[in-house]
Every structure is written in structure tokens, then in C-alpha cells.
Design a protein around this ligand. Structure first.
Ligand code: NAD
Length: 415
């Protein structure tokens, strides 16, 4: 469970980067606050005929570099501060990748697992009716996040287009390909992460075909399992976990069979030939690469000292606490921070916005190649900043992102 206020952590990270960049007071003040917050209630009729009231948010954290960009979460534990933190991180993520976008995030607080498909559709449409005046292809472009998906985006785009009475597929990304989505989005986050691992292995002279482990075998984790071997020419997946079990096999798992098993049974539990281990042991295995791909704050001061991985590739948002960062850095664990490692998804979302504007769509290999170029360049830029400023990789990535946003604010005359 989250024992931190994520927005406090996010602000602390800005302050640290601002100190290194020697930013003036007004710029810091601007960057530690969201530019726009929209906080509202929605009334939705449930299947039983009763009306239920939902709390919704849309936050445009900073739009100096372009339209705000970030997902919409349907989750019962969401608060205004979790949404602020996620919107804030999106601002640095898009800047680190040098995309012409700002950062945003939205959410509705409820448990989607307790809703029918029809109720989910009505909630999705009500959410878009509430935020319609604030969004648009050149204004703020939402996407899916936890418990929302391409179908949610299809309903939302349809509702928006009904309101404005014309087509505007670029108002949202990660749509189904039949209605303006892009090829290559499904595995984009994991692909981006594995590309950064490839670059880190080159830089640190680490064998990319060594052992690796994955915490969280959902969307990002499963794709990383498949792509790690494909893009790095090998690698032995010795442990994976999901919320129900953590499993281990010293000989390595067949990633494809494991994905099939998860699809069939809903969990990695019970996979033939696997030994079940305590969840926390997975993070402490002696591996070349560890991918946290589940929750926030999985690596904290209580377990950071036990991490033996050479590379920690953060596919999850915010899996490492600030205290853990210091311990990992001291112990020589190379962290590829979330605002770089998990930026493949938003990068391909940006490609979708470009294609929607042109109304002309790219082949999948063009998406993969362009994503590779973007991530490789971003990795190099962060690595240069790390050397130049002599800081740990997360701070280096923050320095790159914050500097770019601060510069845009200054050029616009905001500060
Ligand atoms: P998901 O819901 O598909 O997968 C999450 C997985 O984590 C599930 O298999 C769940 O069982 C597992 N899990 C939950 N608690 C766990 C625990 N205590 N131990 C081990 N496993 C546990 O979500 P996802 O889309 O794969 O996202 C995972 C993370 O990556 C999130 O932090 C998300 O914000 C981040 N992320 C995802 C994307 C994307 O495009 N999917 C993009 C950027 C960042």
C-alpha cells in the first residue's frame, strides 16, 4: 500500500532538479503547481434505475510545451493528489522524450470491477461530457490508464464527437485501429523499456542475455517478457509475479507459454515446473535485469538494500521511493527511471496524434523504428546529464525534463 503522498514525492523531485538547474523562485513556484485542475461530480443512472454520483478529475499539470497528455484512471483509491502526481510525472516524461506535449491525468473514483459493461459505458460518456470544454486535439489529449482501455476510448471519442458534431479522432489516443488508433501501441511501453535496457547493457557492459525477473505480469510485464528475448537476442526469465503468486524456475520460463497460462487461468500461479516463492523474494534475486511492472512504492528503504539486480528498469509508475533511490545508487544498481523507462506508451500515443492529424497511418515497422530512435536518443541525453551533473539517473532524467519545461515557460514569458 502507498505509505507516501505521491504528490509530495513528485514536488520533492522537482525541488531537487530545480536546485541543480539553479531555477529562480517564480519558475519553481510555477512548476510545483498544476496549471489547471478540474474537479467535478457526475450523475450516472445505474442498471437498477437508481442514480449514482461519482467524483471526477482532470488535471492539466503543465502545457507550456504542447497539449496536456495523460491517461484516465478508473480506480476507487484515486485522490486528487495521486492524479496531481501522475499528471506531474507525465509533464517530465513527455519532456524527456522531447515530445511537443505537456502533462495531464484524469480519473474517476469508483471500483470498475463492480460495474456492468453498460454502466462503464455510461460513466465513460458522462466523464467526457464533463470535461469536453477542456479537451481537444490541440488542448488536452487523454488516453487509457488503470482499468480503462481502447473500448473506453472508443466510447469517449464517440461522445466527444457527438458534442462537437464533427470528427476529431485525435482528441484521445490508444483507440482501436479501426477508428483512428495506431499500430504498435499495445506493446509500446514494454518495448520502450526493453530498448532502454539494451542501451544500459551497452553502456555498462552487461550481458543482455543474462537472467531477468518481472514483478507484475499484466500488460506491461507480459509484453516485456516476450520482447526482452526478442530485442536483446536472449535472456533467461527466472521469476515473475502477479497479485496472486510469485513463481521461480532457475532454468528459465518459456515466456510465450507463461503468457498463455496467465491468459487461460488469470494468474501465473500453478504454472507447470515453477516453484512458488514469497512475493518479496522476487525483488531480491540475483539477476541482470529486474522489471518492476506492478505498483507504486514496491522498492522502499525496507528492501532496497537487498536488491541484487544490476539494472532496475521501472516499467511501473513510481515503483521506487526517494529513500530507496539513494540506497540503490550507493549500491551501484543502475536505475532506469520511470519517466524514461515507461515512456514508450506516450511516445506511440504521440505518433497516433500525428497520424490522426494527417489522416494517414503508418505501418507497424515504422512505429517500432521511430520509437526505437526516440527512446535511444532520450536514454543518451539522460546519460549525458547524469555524467555532467554527477547525479543518480532519476535526478538526471528530472533535470532534463524540468529544464525543457522551464525553458518553454520562460520563452513564453510566463516567468
Ligand atoms: P496491469 O493492471 O495490466 O498489470 C499489473 C499487474 O501487476 C497485474 O498482473 C497484477 O496482478 C500485478 N500486481 C498487482 N499487485 C502486485 C503485487 N503486489 N505483486 C506482484 N504483482 C502485482 O497494468 P499495466 O498496464 O501492466 O501497468 C503496470 C504498471 O506500469 C503501472 O504502474 C502503470 O502505471 C505502468 N505503466 C503502464 C503503461 C501501459 O501502457 N500499460 C504505461 C506507462 C506506465
Amino acid at each position: 500500500m502507498e505509505s507516501y503522498n505521491s504528490f509530495r514525492v513528485a514536488r520533492q523531485q522537482i525541488q531537487e532538479a530545480a536546485k541543480i538547474l539553479n531555477l529562480d523562485e517564480a519558475t519553481i513556484e510555477l512548476l510545483i503547481h498544476p496549471q489547471r485542475e478540474y474537479n467535478f461530480t457526475m450523475h450516472v443512472r445505474m442498471d437498477d434505475g437508481k442514480v449514482k454520483i461519482f467524483q471526477g478529475y482532470r488535471i492539466q499539470y503543465n502545457y507550456a510545451r504542447g497539449p496536456a497528455k495523460g491517461g484516465i484512471r478508473f480506480h476507487k483509491d484515486e485522490t486528487v493528489d495521486t492524479i496531481r502526481a501522475l499528471a506531474c510525472w507525465m509533464t517530465w516524461k513527455t519532456a524527456v522524450l522531447d515530445l511537443p506535449l505537456g502533462g495531464g491525468k484524469g480519473g474517476v473514483c469508483f471500483d470498475p470491477k463492480r460495474m456492468s459493461e453498460h454502466e462503464l459505458e455510461r460513466i465513460s460518456r458522462a466523464y467526457i461530457r464533463a470535461i469536453a470544454p477542456l479537451i481537444g486535439a490541440d488542448q488536452d489529449v487523454p488516453a487509457p490508464d488503470v482499468y480503462t482501455n481502447p473500448q473506453t476510448m472508443a466510447w469517449m471519442m464517440d461522445e466527444y464527437e457527438t458534442i462537437i458534431n464533427r470528427h476529431q479522432p485525435g482528441v484521445l489516443t490508444d483507440k482501436p485501429t479501426q477508428i483512428g488508433g495506431t499500430e504498435g501501441r499495445r506493446d509500446a511501453t514494454a518495448r520502450g523499456g526493453v530498448i532502454t535496457v539494451r542501451e544500459a547493457c551497452k553502456q555498462l557492459n552487461i550481458d543482455p542475455t543474462g537472467k531477468f525477473a518481472i514483478q507484475g505480469f499484466g500488460n506491461a510485464g507480459q509484453r516485456a517478457a516476450l520482447l526482452h528475448e526478442e530485442l536483446l537476442g536472449g535472456g533467461k526469465l527466472i521469476a515473475v509475479s502477479d497479485s496472486r503468486a510469485a513463481i521461480y524456475n532457475a532454468e528459465g520460463f518459456d515466456a510465450k507459454e507463461l503468457v498463455m497460462h496467465k491468459l487461460k487461468t488469470g494468474s501465473v500461479k500453478g504454472f507447470p515446473g515453477a516453484k512458488e516463492i514469497p512475493h518479496e523474494n522476487l525483488l531480491e534475486l540475483d539477476v541482470e535485469v529486474l522489471y518492476p511492472a506492478a505498483l507504486e512504492n514496491a522498492i522502499s528503504s525496507s528492501n532496497a538494500d537487498k536488491i541484487k539486480a544490476k539494472i532496475l528498469c521501472e516499467l511501473a509508475n513510481g515503483p521506487t521511493t526517494p529513500e530507496a533511490d539513494i540506497i540503490l545508487s550507493k549500491n551501484g544498481v543502475h536505475v532506469i527511471p520511470d519517466i524514461l523507462a515507461s515512456a514508450g506508451g506516450v511516445t506511440v500515443s504521440y505518433f497516433e496524434m500525428v497520424q490522426d492529424k494527417y489522416s494517414f497511418f503508418w505501418e507497424e515497422d515504422v512505429v517500432h523504428k521511430t520509437l526505437d530512435q526516440k527512446l535511444t536518443q532520450a536514454y543518451k541525453t539522460v546519460h549525458e546529464a547524469q555524467k555532467e551533473k554527477n547525479v543518480h539517473p532519476r535526478l538526471a532524467a528530472m533535470v532534463v525534463g524540468v529544464a525543457r519545461v522551464a525553458e518553454a515557460c520562460k520563452l513564453r514569458g510566463w516567468v
